[in-house]
Design a protein around this ligand. Sequence first.
Ligand SMILES: [Mn+2]
Length: 336
Amino acid sequence: MIATPAQFLDQLRHAGRIVLSGHEHPDGDCLGSQLGLFHLIRSWGGEVRILNPDPPARHLAFLADWGPIEAYDSTSLGDGRSLGDLLVLMDCSQLRRLGDLGSAIRGKVGSIAVVDHHVDADRGDGDTSFVDVSAAATGELVLRLYDVAGVQPGFEAAHGLFVSLVADTGWFRYSNTTAEVFARATQLVRSGVDPSQLYDAMHRRNEAGSVAFLGESIGASEFRLDGQLGMLCLDAAAIARGGRAGVDLDVVMEPLRSVAGVEVVAMLKESAPGRIKVSLRSQGDLDVQRLALELGGGGHQKAAGATVDGGIRGVAARVESLVAGALTRLRAGGDG
Ligand SMILES: [Mn+2]
């Protein structure tokens, strides 16, 4: 069932024990929107916990100051008893996006709800789905729940929700930055958020080694397809170095995105041996969500991703040929 904000809020109020979760390696929108919803449910005394497949990345670890964020390990699910009455998937819509947690949690929750803004989220695993693909961030959807509840986000929720907005709009630079986003940012700043303090917390707490890591990664970038595809491949060792240095790996794509003539930027990360996480960004009209779909993933028109089995060079070649095909269709007047 597709729920309106009022219907969804009503379900949350009557749900009993609620577990909020999200995708593997949760990003700022996933974690921030969870904090927002956590505090809304707590505002009426509801029972709620946040349980994710992975702990926050180092540059998002400070979010734990604004609410209890648990990461799954084999003991998280306790004995064989039910974990909760309602599982809410946030910023994703499929249990498989939760990795091991997704399979472990199946059958341990009463029903599943989805709050998401990705394409096709209404066709995910939610028994109930509150979805709007035009929303810039999942946090924007959570703010609509605050509206219908007649509640203002408090100091802690506002911090989470602000991180949600800036994570998915690239600090208000991407094309999803609408008047609605600025209105929400204003609302959150009025609730006590200091944007510059949050920027520092997210992006200015890296280790000294981050500079060498950035230099090395950017140096390894390459341009293909006559400069229309910018590509960056990070093997497992590089990912580990970046993680230790505290770098938000999305930042590494920025220099590639700054080059004139680049239509698509692809970052390939070897998340495990033989497992490549592909992140795609479109600079123009090409729909990278459709490319991600062909790789078994999904996302948005301008930002999408997938996890692909294979070696990093082989996956890079596959991405290149998909982008080449899409560019040809786009030039021929198709829809990318
Ligand atoms: Mn999101």
